[in-house]
Design a protein around this ligand. Structure first.
Ligand SMILES: C[S@@+](CC[C@H](N)C(=O)[O-])C[C@H]1O[C@@H](n2cnc3c(N)ncnc32)[C@H](O)[C@@H]1O
Length: 272
C-alpha cells in the first residue's frame, strides 16, 4: 500500500477515538519506520510494507488507549518524558504549577522543595532544572510510579538532585520544608471517566468521595509543618470548597487559572 492510502485507511478506524486521526496514524507509523511525520507527507506515493507492530498499535489506539502509553513517552515543558500505565500522563496545565513553584522559590535561597505524588516525576525534574540551588524531595505512594520518576530523572540528568521517597504524604520526611507542591488525585470517586482516562492509574486520579480530600489533607500538613508556601493543582470546580476549608484553618488561599480561564490551582503562603 502507498503511505497516503495507509494513512487514510487507518485514520477511519480512529475517527471516534481522536480529533486528529490522520495525525495520530502518521505519528504511530513514523515512529515504527523511525522517520519524521514530515517524511511520510513527502513520500506519500511510496509503497511500503507495514511495520509488524503497526496493526497491534492501531488496535490498542482503537480501544482508546492513550497515544502516550503506546509510544511510552509524553511531552512536558518542551521535554520528553518516559511514561507507562503506572503514571498519569503529564497534562499541559501542570506547567503552570511548575511556573508558580519556580516563581515562589526564586524569592528564597537554596529552598527545600517537597513534592507529594510525583508520578512520572515531571514536576520535581523540571523544578530541579529550573532551580539549580534547590533541594528537592519527591514522594509517591506507588513504588511503580517511582521507578518511572527515577528513570526520567536519569534521562534528564538530575538523578543526583532529587531524593525519591516511597511513602504517603510527608511520611519519612524529617527536615524543614520551604515549599510544598502537589498535583494530587482530585477527581471524585463517582465521576464518570472518559474512555482514555480509564487507562490511567486510579491512584493518580481519584482523590476521594468528593475529590478534594487529598488536597484538604495537604492543606492540613502545610499548616502543621510550618512550611513557607504550598502550591497545588486542583479541579476547576473546587475553588469554593477549598476556600472554605482554608478559611476554617485561618489560611489565605489564592487561585490561578489555566489557559482556558478555569480555576486550576492555588497557593497559600505564610502570613508575614
Ligand atoms: C495526579 S498524579 C500526579 C503525577 C505527577 N505529579 C503529574 O503532575 O503528572 C498523583 C500522584 O499521587 C500519587 N499518590 C496518591 N496518593 C498518594 C499519597 N497518599 N501519598 C503520596 N502520593 C500519592 C499517585 O500514585 C500519583 O502518582
Amino acid at each position: 500500500m502507498r503511505i497516503k492510502e495507509i494513512v487514510v485507511h487507518y485514520a477511519r478506524l480512529l475517527k471516534d477515538v481522536s480529533d486528529v486521526p490522520q495525525k495520530e496514524v502518521m505519528i504511530l507509523l513514523a515512529e515504527l519506520l523511525r522517520k519524521e511525520t514530515s517524511w511520510l507527507v513527502a513520500h506519500g506515493d511510496e509503497e511500503i510494507v507495514l511495520p509488524p507492530l503497526f496493526e497491534e498499535w492501531m488496535n490498542r489506539r482503537t480501544r482508546y488507549e492513550p497515544l502516550e502509553y503506546i509510544l511510552e513517552r509524553a511531552e512536558f515543558y518542551a521535554k520528553t518524558f518516559y511514561v507507562d500505565s503506572n503514571v498519569l500522563i503529564p497534562r499541559p496545565e501542570t506547567e503552570l504549577l511548575v511556573d508558580k513553584v519556580v516563581e515562589e522559590a526564586r524569592a528564597l535561597s537554596s529552598p527545600v522543595i517537597v513534592e507529594i505524588g510525583t508520578g512520572s516525576g515531571i514536576i520535581a525534574i523540571m523544578t530541579a532544572h529550573l532551580l539549580p540551588d534547590a533541594s528537592i524531595i519527591a514522594v509517591d505512594i506507588s513504588g511503580e510510579a517511582l521507578k518511572v520518576a527515577k528513570k526520567n530523572a536519569r534521562l534528564h540528568g538530575v538523578e543526583d538532585r532529587i531524593e525519591f521517597i516511597e511513602g504517603s504524604y510527608l511520611a519519612g520526611i524529617h527536615r524543614s520544608i520551604d515549599i510544598l507542591v502537589s498535583n494530587p488525585p482530585y477527581i471524585a470517586l463517582n465521576e464518570p471517566l472518559g474512555k482514555g482516562l480509564s487507562y490511567e492509574p486510579s491512584l493518580a486520579l481519584f482523590g476521594g468521595e468528593k475529590g478534594n480530600e487529598m488536597l484538604c489533607r495537604i492543606i492540613d500538613l502545610y499548616a502543621q509543618h510550618e512550611i513557607k508556601t504550598l502550591v497545588c493543582e486542583m479541579g476547576y470546580d473546587q475553588r469554593i470548597a477549598l476556600t472554605c476549608y482554608a478559611k476554617q484553618k485561618g489560611l489565605e488561599i489564592e487561585f490561578y487559572q489555566d489557559l482556558a480561564g478555569l480555576d486550576r490551582g492555588f497557593w497559600i503562603k505564610e502570613q508575614k
